[in-house]
Design a protein around this ligand. Structure first.
Ligand code: OGA
Ligand code: MN
Length: 295
């Protein structure tokens, strides 16, 4: 059966059938999926019971794996998974939900704020592939917003105003918004702000999109309060229901998104029950701000 994509939302998101992600992909299928990503920005693959190794192998069709270092406060010896996928679960090494006051748990709650993966890195992520291994009984939907449609819907004056703006992104901004404010000196070094364009152009089809993320805390050449008011307005605009798709997870769903043209967040869920989600991340190929290449 050939790869088939059915649209799930008026402006983006497709559901893919006709492919088995536990097996090596043909060149044609990989190309069809990459073209589907460019067009739909989010692809849902139902009924894909994959191992971490199979998930990573599938991701490598679209580029190298992004190194997860520097993206969390979990110490290496406390990591539950050592296979190379990002652990996006609420579980500790013992396989049980982390205590409510656990630092890793509190830090990970940042995923409840709208963001684009790794916008806090000098070269941010290209694709993320999230596999549902255990679905939480209450809540935990993941929402996606189409940042191309959001950009297109801005008036020309706003487009001109923001087209060349550069933002500073840091994990301390998104976590700080939740009141998570204590960092070691090493973490402060690791979470130093990076620069990202506010409007980016997709390398495949040339559509512009808003590059927003809760990691963004300031705009170069602007006062912080002015920048934050503008960023809040843009975030409200970009996450209107008409630009948002809500994914309700079924076990073994795999959802893949393009961080260059979407934002996402997870909704609150029952922290006393497990939610085991694992992410393979494909690294981006260039900074969004040219001068950062030299750093
Ligand atoms: C992520 C993420 C949301 C979720 O994996 O990057 O933000 O639903 N996950 O767990
Ligand atoms: Mn994320």
């Amino acid at each position: 059966m050939p790869v088939t994509i059915r649209k799930l939302h008026p402006v983006f998101v497709g559901e893919v059938t006709g492919v088995d992600l536990s097996r090596p992909l043909s060149r044609e299928d990989a190309a069809a999926i990459e073209a589907g990503m460019d067009e739909h920005a989010v692809l849902v693959f139902p009924k894909q019971d994959v191992t971490d190794e199979q998930q990573l192998a599938f991701a490598l069709n679209f580029g190298p794996r992004e190194d997860a270092r520097g993206g969390n406060v979990t110490k290496a010896q406390d990591a539950r998974l050592t296979t190379g996928v990002n652990d996006v679960s609420n579980l500790g090494k013992d396989g049980k939900p982390l205590p409510r006051d656990n630092r890793t748990h509190l830090f990970n709650l940042g995923n409840c704020l709208w963001h684009s993966d790794s916008s806090f890195r000098p070269i941010p992520a290209k694709f993320s592939l999230l596999s549902a291994r255990v679905v939480n009984p209450k809540g935990g939907d993941t929402e996606f917003a189409d940042m191309r449609a959001a950009y297109d819907a801005l008036d020309d004056e706003t487009k001109n105003e923001i087209n060349d703006m550069i933002c500073e992104h840091s994990l301390m901004t998104s976590r700080g918004a939740l009141g998570f404010l204590d960092y070691t000196e090493e973490e402060k070094q690791m979470f130093k702000p990076v620069l990202q364009r506010l409007v980016r152009t997709h390398p495949a089809h040339g559509r512009k999109s808003l590059y927003l993320s809760s990691h963004a805390g300031s705009i170069v050449g602007m006062t912080v309060p002015e920048a934050r008011v503008l960023l809040r307005d843009l975030n409200e605009h970009a996450t209107q229901p008409k630009f948002v798709y809500v994914h309700k997870w079924i076990v073994h769903d795999l959802v893949m998104w393009d961080n260059r043209q979407t934002m996402h967040r997870v909704r609150r869920y029952d922290q006393s029950q497990p939610r085991d989600m694992r992410r393979a991340t494909v690294e981006g190929d260039a900074p969004t701000v040219a001068q950062q290449a030299a750093e």
